[in-house]
Design a protein. Structure first.
Length: 380
């Protein structure tokens, strides 16, 4: 390889793949780089045939190559990693199943290894978003807080753990399924939020008829076989109530914190208490209450409390936690969820978007400081 070829290879090796968030050289994806006159030729190995970042990489590599003095055109070609190369890539990203079974060096459900977010020293903050009953807008709250966190530069991910009523992909506007590299799932991303959901594996009109052990295993895979890339914050949208999924997640993620979503009406508040009391029974910390559908503003500018008032504050007082925020009832919040345009991103000047941003700020800065653990402290 001559000097020009080496310079081209060095430049292209630093191009970052947006799915894996790693440079091509580090991932072993750069397979060839050559300069002929004023033209560059680059060969890139994609992790899979349907790699969603292929178009982006073609443009990014060509731009990087043409940024070198003397190069005017660039041709980018692709090949696909073979099975052995995919296995090596998976091992690099989340650990080698054969080498790490029974240790903390890797993770994967089939080998019975620990959930990475539960490991001592793991810096990801896990927030479980719960409600006692359905219909209170818990998933809308989850999505918009996630988007607001991402807007603050927080690396954010969401797991849609409501396997019966999955809705997160639709609310984020994610149309394509995640990609798979040697049984490692690379999650999809929208509005800066990575997500995983049963909705990627079942049609919207297809019921998920599973008993507890299957639910437990599916959640374990979502936590261990997905390349989450160490997010700063992981939000998990729980199904309503206090069933198998909530108990499994309490077991998988004993350090997680609970946000309870309710509406102002006393009936919803009383039911939401059960989710909070379940958390205390399994030693999860309830961190805050969020009240949704708090009021509706009419054309006359007057607030109408359609579902009553005070339920969120009453629940927060009973649990001795802060009321993180009150979200108004607005059409854009509902319609945005239906068509994959979260109000926090698409209508940033709206009152509701401002409230979600303020809740994200409070989560980061004030009421809810991130837990800190002493990595040197181990219980025998």
């Amino acid at each position: 390889m001559n000097k020009a070829d080496k310079q081209l290879a060095a430049v292209v090796a630093e191009v970052t793949d947006p799915e894996l968030r790693r440079p091509l050289g580090q991932m072993g994806m750069l397979r060839g780089a050559a300069v002929a006159g004023r033209a560059a030729q680059v060969l890139v190995a994609l992790p899979s045939r349907d790699w969603p970042a292929a178009g982006h990489l073609e443009d990014a590599v060509a731009t990087a190559a043409c940024g070198i003095a003397g190069i005017e055109t660039a041709v980018v070609e692709f090949t696909v990693m073979n099975e052995a190369e995919q296995t090596a890539l998976r091992a690099q990203l989340i650990g080698d199943p054969a080498a790490t079974a029974g240790t903390h060096e890797g993770h994967g459900h089939a080998e019975g290894r620990a959930v990475p977010f539960a490991q001592a020293g793991n810096k990801t903050r896990v927030l479980l978003v719960a409600s006692g009953k359905g219909g209170v807008g818990k998933s809308s709250v989850t999505v918009n807080i996630a988007v607001a966190l991402a807007q603050r530069g927080i690396r954010t991910a969401v797991i849609d753990a409501d396997v019966w009523g999955f809705s997160i992909p639709r609310m984020l506007g994610v149309a394509r399924p995640p990609t798979v590299i040697d049984q490692m799932v690379v999650p999809t991303e929208a509005y800066g939020v990575r997500c995983m959901s049963m909705g990627f594996f079942a049609r919207e009109d297809q019921p998920v008829i599973w008993r507890g052990p299957m639910l437990h295993k599916a959640l374990e895979q979502f936590l261990t076989d997905v390349f989450w890339d160490d997010p700063d914050c992981l939000l998990i949208d729980l199904p309503p109530g206090t069933g198998d999924i909530s108990l499994s997640l309490a077991q998988f993620l004993p350090r997680s914190e609970l946000l309870v979503v309710t509406t102002p009406q006393p009936a919803a508040q009383k039911v939401a208490q059960r989710a909070a009391h379940m958390a205390s029974r399994v030693n999860l910390q309830v961190r805050a209450v969020i009240e949704n559908m708090s009021w509706f503003c009419g054309d006359d500018g007057k607030r109408y409390e359609l579902f009553g008032a005070g339920g969120g504050q009453a629940l927060a007082d009973e649990l001795d936690v802060p009321l993180l925020g009150q979200v108004p009832l607005v059409q854009q919040l509902r319609s945005g969820g239906d068509v994959g345009k979260p109000i926090t991103a698409e209508y940033p000047d709206s009152e509701a978007a401002g409230i979600f941003r303020e809740m994200a700020r409070l989560l980061c800065e004030e009421h809810l400081p991130t837990r800190r653990y002493n990595e040197g402290l181990k219980l025998l």
